[in-house]
Design a protein around this ligand. Sequence first.
Ligand code: BGP
Length: 469
Amino acid sequence: MKFPKDFLFGAASASYQVEGAWNEDGKGVTNWDIFSKIPGKTFEGTNGDVAVDHYHRYKEDVRLMAEMGLESYRFSISWARIIPDGDGEINEKGIEFYNNLIDECLKYGIVPFVTLYHWDLPLPLEEDGSWTNKRTTNAFAKYAEVCFKAFGDRVKHWITFNETIVFCTLGYLNGAHPPGLVNAHKEYFQATHNVFLAHALAVKKYKELKQYGEIGITHVFSPAFSVDGQEDNLFAANHANYYQTYWYYDPILKGEYPQYVLDALQKKGLTPDWTEEELRMLKDTAGLNDFMGLNYYQPARVEKIQGTAKSVEISRDNSTGRPGNPSFDGVYKTVMMEDKVYTKWGWEISAEGFLDGLRMIKERYGDVKLYITENGLGDEDPVIEDEIMDVPRIKYIEEHLKAVKTAIGEGINLKGYYAWSVIDLLSWLNGYKKQYGFIYVDHKNNLARKKKLSFHWYKHIIETRGEEL
Ligand code: BGP
């Protein structure tokens, strides 16, 4: 079987992780420009000031993507390039950069798939309460509208937010992302609600503009499975799915929050401040959302914590996705299992978990259109006689594409696959050491680009539309 003709083979990046040019052409300062420079916050103090200089080298990068046969490029817009202070004046130079990038993609027939928010927030908004303040929600709606009007004639695929769970968990519970708060439970839930509301406002605006493209959101997809058949662990896995998946997907796809979580929040006094009007807004826009983007790296293997364990403060080292952390409410923890396979960074490799998770999504949300907006292997790539022999990455993507194929065969409505990442880039907490790209960046040689083995492999997969998978 070949992948259907309308299925997009793509790859992804995010502004802060690739662009660099952090203070050029009128760009405003962002939360990450500041946070990454606080000692101890990032791996070996790395930051995105230069990143892989995509801002200046986008033409070369897009040409390489075209050579690879890439059908679609998922990238994010840096809000602070468009509106430097978050909700004030528009910076024409920022508009110009993304116009150029979009046009460069279109020149080669590469479909731009644009994320509006991949974590870099203009500093004035960050300093005014970040996502706990509805000022940020409203500012986002305005920024989204500016982008729709500037780019919507050519961009027909929009993602409002990337992985709300990650920037909220790491920002408000673990202290590992801005604003760097720890165990701020109330703020955490408030921030998630304000993001869902911002998403709804943007979706509504997009539909009003009648640009006839599609808009959705991207969430982490980390389905939870019990470590065994024991009742308390099965309970824990279900509990984890409610907090880690349904809390994030339900307001978008069903237009309401899961009652199971709402009840617990009410008991604990953690219910976000919201109005009837806001809740109605979620309800009214749920049907307008066109798709759900899923970023899948690994499933969660879950075990019930016995007794009255308390949630603990989690350091940066424990915030990099490796299992072993307790849930914020002390109900369960994620664990590593002996019979599973893990990457060098302790992330489980499981295409089966991917497929089972997709089935779970279909069961709960029906026929919703899905894109895999990220999936890939973080590794230290072997270099043999000057060639980057990233065979483990090829294996990883191969297995996961096979799962996608099986899922499509089962009637799951999957319309595209975006490998993370198109090019080696800055990992938020792992610096440049953890590589994901099809294109290698030589940090010892003026950031020169080089094709990896996986580049040629992915090109072949795209050319043959995955027939051999
Ligand atoms: C996702 C993010 C990406 C990217 C990826 C890999 O959560 O959306 O931006 O960072 O994870 O993560 P890491 O670099 O930590 O391995």
